[in-house]
Design a protein around this ligand. Structure first.
Ligand code: CAO
Length: 442
């Protein structure tokens, strides 16, 4: 394993806060970039003090999004602070920010000014909406983005309200998109010698992950129904299934509004998309354990093994079961039968049986189970890192694995921990640093 990391030598001004921007720069730091987090003196990133589990110590919200970085405190609204930032811009490759709309300009660091200071500079921004969008003045947090990007209207059950996901589709996902943009701009600069602006709107990043839901809207516009959605059997164009006019045998799955598809993609509960129907199925203990479930997928070509696995070999040749189209109208019936088979198996036992039949499935894992999963520890997806004040803490490591790079996750910096070090690198003497401290610019 090489000790030289691919992004060694790339210097990043990390003007980010909360989650979207920090997730991006943290990943670049893991891969070798020198990420200098610029924070307001005395306060720092708001997440340092949000949802603390230990009094007066940086909260996990901060430590889990800012590992491998250095922290420089700098008041960029003070003239002396602006001078420091100008020096930093001249020496850096990338500036990443996720302030509210217009904040960087109001600080005096417009794109034009930054280009004057350093024409090779790449300026990367996260905003809620793209430039010129009719909502581009809005400040945006995670769940706002999930609603704006189409995730909420298509997530949840049809008899409940729009629902947001626990996964940070608005924040960390946008940060990951931005990281791709930054790396692209770095490679572009190798060819042109020039920097450029890179922007990723949270709405766009969410929408990019909701691509198949947009696919469904286009199909719905054309066909008026979506055959793989649980709502499908009630569609009036399908009188060949009179036994399912309203799903009376499944009161827990009431029909989607008015027994038909409306003109927008409905919420499909836990239905699997594409050609592989799936559902979350109860396992042994579900009555008391809210996570005693597996996700079970009825992959088309795995039908025969599924029948063998659940003890229903006769379904292999039954015309009502043999093709995906024949199965779809009573897919809930099929899932109910599989739940009967699962009733005396834990989620782990069930998956251990089903894996032998090559059936795509997984236990529904809790955060606790993931935290203690030996495989995730071994792969570096969950890591324990030291911290100067809180002792060691667990965090989520790099989800990307390389053959010649092993990201080593180090603890997050204390507020201003590297201020003197970074200023000295910029050429400031001890006295000058003292003066900056006196004026509260750092
Ligand atoms: N020195 C001096 N001033 C500083 C500073 C520093 N080191 N760092 C930040 N500031 C100032 C900014 O200049 C800005 O001042 P003005 O608004 O007076 O020009 C102010 O602090 C911070 O502005 P903000 O709008 O970013 O902060 P907020 O808490 O009001 O809003 C958020 C937070 C996240 C809603 C907003 O930043 C935003 O919409 N960002 C873009 C979208 C985004 O990334 N959202 C996801 C965040 S993760 O959930």
């Amino acid at each position: 394993m090489s000790s030289i990391k691919p992004l060694n030598g790339i210097k990043i001004i990390d003007f980010t806060h909360v989650q979207a921007g920090p997730a991006c720069t943290q990943m670049l730091a893991w891969f070798g970039a020198d990420v200098i987090k610029v924070e307001r003196p005395g306060a720092g990133d708001v997440t340092r003090s949000q949802l603390r589990d230990i009094p007066d110590v940086d909260a996990l919200y901060f430590t889990m999004l800012n590992s491998n970085k250095r922290s420089l405190t700098l008041d960029t609204k003070q003239p002396e602070g602006k001078v420091v930032l100008e020096k930093l811009i001249k020496e850096s490759d990338v500036l990443v920010e996720n302030f509210g709309p217009g904040a960087l300009d109001r600080m005096g660091f417009t794109w034009e000014r930054i280009q004057e200071l350093n024409p090779k500079m790449i300026v990367a921004s996260v905003k809620g909406f793209s430039d010129g969008h009719h909502y581009d003045d809005l400040k945006v947090y995670e769940n706002v983005a999930q609603c704006a990007g189409g995730a909420a209207s298509t997530t949840g059950f049809w008899d409940g309200p729009p629902t947001v996901s626990a996964a940070a589709l608005g924040d960390s996902n946008t940060g990951m998109h931005l990281a791709i943009g930054i790396l692209t701009a770095i490679i572009g600069r190798q060819q042109t010698g020039k920097g450029q602006r890179v922007a990723c709107a949270m709405q766009d990043a969410v929408l990019n992950l909701c691509r198949v839901k947009m696919r469904d809207q286009l199909r719905l516009d054309k066909l008026g129904y979506l055959e793989e959605y649980p709502q499908y059997p009630q569609y009036p164009q399908y009188p060949q299934y009179p036994q399912y006019p309203q799903y009376p045998q499944y009161p827990q799955y009431p029909q989607y509004p008015h027994g038909t598809f409306s003109d927008v993609v409905p919420r499909g509960g836990n239905a699997g998309g594409g050609g592989q129907p799936g559902w979350v199925l109860k396992c042994k203990g579900w009555q008391t354990d809210p996570n005693a479930y597996i996700y079970f997928t009825v992959q088309g070509h795995a039908w025969a093994p599924i029948c063998d696995a659940i003890g229903k070999p006769e379904w292999k040749t039954d015309p009502d079961y043999v093709t995906p189209k024949a199965r779809q109208p009573h897919i809930m019936d099929i899932f109910a039968t599989i739940e009967g088979w699962l009733a005396d198996k834990t989620k782990f036992e069930a998956v251990d049986i089903l894996r032998k039949f090559d059936i795509p499935c997984s236990p529904v894992l809790t955060m606790k189970e993931l935290l203690h999963d030996p495989s995730l520890r071994a792969s570096g997806s969950i890591v324990e890192v030291p911290h100067k004040e809180r002792g060691s803490y667990f965090t989520v490591g790099s989800p990307i694995k390389f053959s010649d790079l092993k990201p080593e996750i180090t603890g997050s910096p204390l507020l201003g921990e590297h201020t003197d070090e970074v200023l000295a690198e910029l050429g400031y003497s001890k006295d000058q640093i003292g003066n900056l401290r006196e004026s509260k610019a750092v």
